[in-house]
Structures are given as structure tokens and as C-alpha cells.
Write a protein that binds this ligand. Structure first.
Ligand code: HEM
Length: 237
């Protein structure tokens, strides 16, 4: 199917949203489980991070799948949003239309905020440019004018703890993660709806399960900055 047909096809767009959304949701679940290793201590979290980085090309394949999914998800959501604006509801469909429109409006705004949070998060923990004082001085030493040598195993645990000891950074993460939770709650439900699981019997169960999953993810993730702020994790750092 050509690009033109894709742009015209709302059904296909919704399927693209569901598949790319599912990939991103699976990533968030796995990432949440990985982050919880912080509770097993410095060595466990650092070993996990070292293992991920040792995957080399596999890690890059995963990253490329995530980046492509995120781009397709964002572009398609903008396309659907424009289509929604262009739609003219008939009188008897007004109630459903308003309901759908409210939900999609929420999704686009929480989606934009999730994107802003993820961009900040990548600059902070992956590209490591927002707070270089948390990691560069101890781990890297100038090798020559343009490169550094790594002195020891990279200490992700320490980076996370030092980051979250700053209350402002912790608050940004707590707010960001709660917004991710709202987005996930609606996202998982509409994903199942698109895939055809919208029958009367199943849908309430799907709605409750997706809300429960979103709440579990939010609790697991916000517990990390809160534990650091309370000194329960990384107290000695
Ligand atoms: C308290 C919450 C979170 C913590 C403590 C956390 C921690 C981290 C850390 C430490 C890294 C760098 C890993 C490394 O280089 O070894 C990372 C990378 C990443 N995080 Fe998170 N994260 C959190 C929430 C999230 C959320 C909610 C999302 C998505 C919505 C997310 C998406 C990512 C992505 C896409 C990467 C880049 C992975 C890569 O390097 O390929 N994170 N996170």
C-alpha cells in the first residue's frame, strides 16, 4: 500500500497506533521491571545495566524499533487528530462524538507531555547532558583533546541516586510518570478496542485491567525517586 493510501486509511492508522503503542507499552513494562532492581542494590542494578550495554548491536536494534515505533505513533496520532477535527458529527451521534473527542483530546495532550518527559529523561540518563556532574568526574578521564577513557564500570545506581537526591528532578519524574500512567490507561484500552476486543462482556474487564496495570507501573516507578528522597535507597551515596 502506497503512502497516499496509508494517509487516507483511518482503519490502518488505528492498527498502526495499536501495534506501535503495544511495542512502547511492552518496553515500559520491561523497563519498569529493570528499574526495580535498584531495590536489590548497587551491584545488581549496575550488572543489569552492564548486561544491556554488552548487547551491542542487539541493543541498537531494540533502540531502532523503539524510535521507529515512537515516530510512527506520533505521526499517525497527528494524522488521526486532523481527521477528527475534519469530522462532522450528525445530530444523533453527538453524545458518542463528544465522548470520543474528549478522550482523544486527553490522549493528544498527555501524549505531548509524555514525549516532553521522555526527551528530558533521555537527555538526563541516556545522553547524560543535563547533569554531567552526576557522572563524568569520577568515571571519565580526558584521554586526549576530544575523547575520554572510562575508568571503571559505569555506576548507573549512583547516577540515579544522585539525580533523585535533587528534589526538583524527583518532582519532574513523579509528574512525568503519573502522566505516562494516564496515557497508558487510555492507550491500552483503545489498543484492545482497535484489535476487536470491544464486546460487552470483555470490555469492562479490559478497562479495569488496563487501569490496574497503569497504576502498578506508576506506583513502581514513583517509588524510586520517593525512596531516594527518603534515604531508603542510596542513603550512603
Ligand atoms: C522513575 C522512573 C524511571 C527511572 C528511574 C528510569 C531510569 C532509566 C535509566 C537509568 C536509563 C539509562 C539506562 C542505562 O543507560 O543503562 C533509562 C533509559 C531509558 N528510559 Fe527510563 N527510567 C524511568 C522512567 C521511564 C519511563 C516512564 C519511560 C518511558 C515512557 C522511560 C524510557 C526510557 C528510554 C526510552 C530509555 C533509553 C533506553 C536506551 O538506552 O536504549 N523511562 N531509564
Amino acid at each position: 500500500m502506497g503512502l497516499l493510501n496509508y494517509l487516507r486509511s483511518t482503519i490502518l492508522s488505528k492498527v498502526v497506533m495499536a501495534i506501535t503503542g503495544a511495542i512502547l507499552v511492552i518496553y515500559v513494562i520491561v523497563h519498569t521491571a529493570g528499574n526495580l532492581l535498584i531495590y536489590l542494590g548497587q551491584d545488581t542494578l549496575n550488572s543489569y545495566s552492564q548486561f544491556l550495554h554488552s548487547l551491542g548491536p542487539i541493543l541498537w536494534i531494540i533502540r531502532i524499533i523503539l524510535i521507529v515505533s515512537a515516530i510512527l505513533h506520533i505521526v499517525t496520532s497527528i494524522k488521526l487528530k486532523f481527521e477528527n477535527w475534519g469530522a462532522k458529527p450528525t445530530k444523533y451521534a453527538v453524545k458518542n462524538y463528544l465522548k470520543a473527542k474528549f478522550s482523544s483530546r486527553t490522549m493528544i495532550w498527555t501524549g505531548i507531555m509524555v514525549l516532553a518527559f521522555v526527551v528530558y529523561h533521555l537527555l538526563h540518563f541516556t545522553i547524560r547532558v543535563t547533569n554531567p556532574q552526576h557522572y563524568y568526574p569520577e568515571f571519565y578521564q580526558p584521554h586526549n583533546a576530544v575523547s575520554y577513557v572510562l575508568l571503571e564500570r559505569f555506576d548507573v545506581y549512583k547516577m540515579v541516586v544522585l539525580g533523585f537526591k535533587n528534589p526538583l528532578i524527583s518532582i519532574i519524574y513523579i509528574i512525568g510518570v503519573v502522566i505516562v500512567g494516564f496515557h497508558l490507561d487510555h492507550a491500552i484500552q483503545s489498543m484492545f478496542q482497535t484489535l476487536g476486543y470491544n464486546q460487552k462482556h470483555y470490555f469492562p474487564i479490559i478497562q479495569k485491567s488496563s487501569t490496574a496495570l497503569a497504576i502498578i507501573i506508576v506506583i513502581c516507578l514513583v517509588s524510586i525517586p520517593i525512596s531516594v528522597l527518603l534515604g531508603l535507597v542510596g542513603g550512603k551515596i
